[in-house]
Design a protein around this ligand. Structure first.
Ligand SMILES: NC(=O)c1ccc[n+]([C@@H]2O[C@H](COP(=O)([O-])OP(=O)(O)OC[C@H]3O[C@@H](n4cnc5c(N)ncnc54)[C@H](OP(=O)(O)O)[C@@H]3O)[C@@H](O)[C@H]2O)c1
Length: 310
């Protein structure tokens, strides 16, 4: 907590289950919840990763095996819980793991089971721009997932982060790595898409504060960072901070789609088609929606965090 005092009530009996609690965002949500005093159940398909990440000596932190495609494992993870967070992601479809099965069906399953288990607070993590009417399959399924979640758990809080950055991300670190390697850097289109990157730790803190707060109405928070950049400006800032001078050239989105399709099957694809689709529309928080400010958080800038990553 940096800019104001946040009331901390006794959270000892308020267990929160974090689905996806071993992920890029989820692991930070777990840490912020623990810092706020909540006992936490980390639910994912690989609970051993939870033990590696958080250690085994905290009696208030438990890693459990859960697959959100399986109703029973969800309900078992929610027994006696006060709150639940759904921070599960899927960026590339494979086999039965589709955007529909994860972001819509499984999101609804988590919400339904949370409601049945008497969970008081559900936080569903989605993304800025989620839209059930979008032509992009990924963006449409994120929008349908929000509706499905609220249909099953009317007061669910929706957290829509902008693109997130952090030391172990798949965004800033990749840009930095490529800028270091490539004297001529290909941009998404003409680099005009507007972005408002948010520091992953600030988003995690926002989720913990939602669960600490007393507001229980269905609210959607859009969490964008302190500055809006065009993609081109963003690349210039990162290159400048890293002490690099680079030539930025436009590359049409159609070419990016072909490239992403070709590399998507790699274990850690450098770019995916849904990322390309997300880069085709501005990704900026709406002024009409609550966000970091309403949660008393002063979001940190890319420039500030980059200093520790160089
Ligand atoms: N990263 C960004 O820039 C960004 C921006 C906006 C919104 N978001 C949203 O933020 C959320 C979290 O994203 P992230 O980047 O932190 O994801 P991530 O790093 O890929 O983590 C995903 C987590 O979900 C778990 N998981 C995956 N499938 C599961 C299943 N079937 N059952 C149970 N757990 C499962 C994973 O653990 P196991 O594999 O062990 O199960 C892991 O803990 C997502 O909703 C994402 O769309 C992310």
């Amino acid at each position: 907590m940096r800019n104001q005092t946040w009331a901390t009530t006794a959270m000892n009996d308020r267990t929160v289950t974090v689905f996806g609690g071993t992920g890029f965002l989820g692991r930070r949500v777990v840490r912020h919840l623990r810092k706020s005093g909540f006992p936490v159940r980390v639910a994912s398909r690989h609970p051993e990763r939870g033990n590696t990440l958080f250690g085994c000596d905290d009696p208030q932190l438990q890693s459990v095996k859960a697959d959100i495609h399986n109703e029973r494992s969800i309900s078992d993870s929610l027994v006696g819980a006060y709150g639940a967070v759904n921070a599960v992601s899927l960026y590339v479809e494979h086999g039965q793991e589709t955007f529909h099965s994860v972001h819509v069906e499984a999101a609804q399953r988590v919400a339904t089971q949370a409601h049945r288990a008497g969970v008081e607070r559900l936080v569903h993590v989605s993304g800025i721009g989620s839209d059930a009417a979008s032509l992009s399959l990924y963006i449409r399924k994120r929008g349908e997932g929000e509706l499905a979640t609220r249909a099953a758990f009317a007061d669910a809080t929706l957290i829509r982060p902008a693109v997130m950055f952090g030391p172990d991300d798949g965004f800033l670190t990749i840009i930095l790595k490529l800028l270091r390697r490539l004297p001529i850097y290909p941009m998404f289109g003409r680099g005009l898409t507007r972005l408002q990157p948010a520091y992953v730790d600030d988003v995690a803190e926002a989720i913990a504060r939602v669960l600490q707060g007393t507001e229980t109405r269905a609210i959607t928070y859009e969490c964008g960072g302190p500055r809006v950049y065009s993609y081109k400006e963003f690349l210039r800032v990162v290159a400048h901070e890293a002490g690099l001078r680079r030539i930025l050239i436009p590359l049409p989105f159609a070419a990016w789609h072909v490239l992403a399709w070709a590399v998507e099957k790699l274990p850690r694809p450098p770019v995916t088609r849904n990322q390309v689709e997300l880069m085709q529309a501005d990704n900026v928080s709406s002024r009409e929606m609550p966000g970091f400010a309403e949660l008393g958080i002063l979001p940190r800038s890319v420039e500030e965090i980059l200093q520790g990553m160089l």
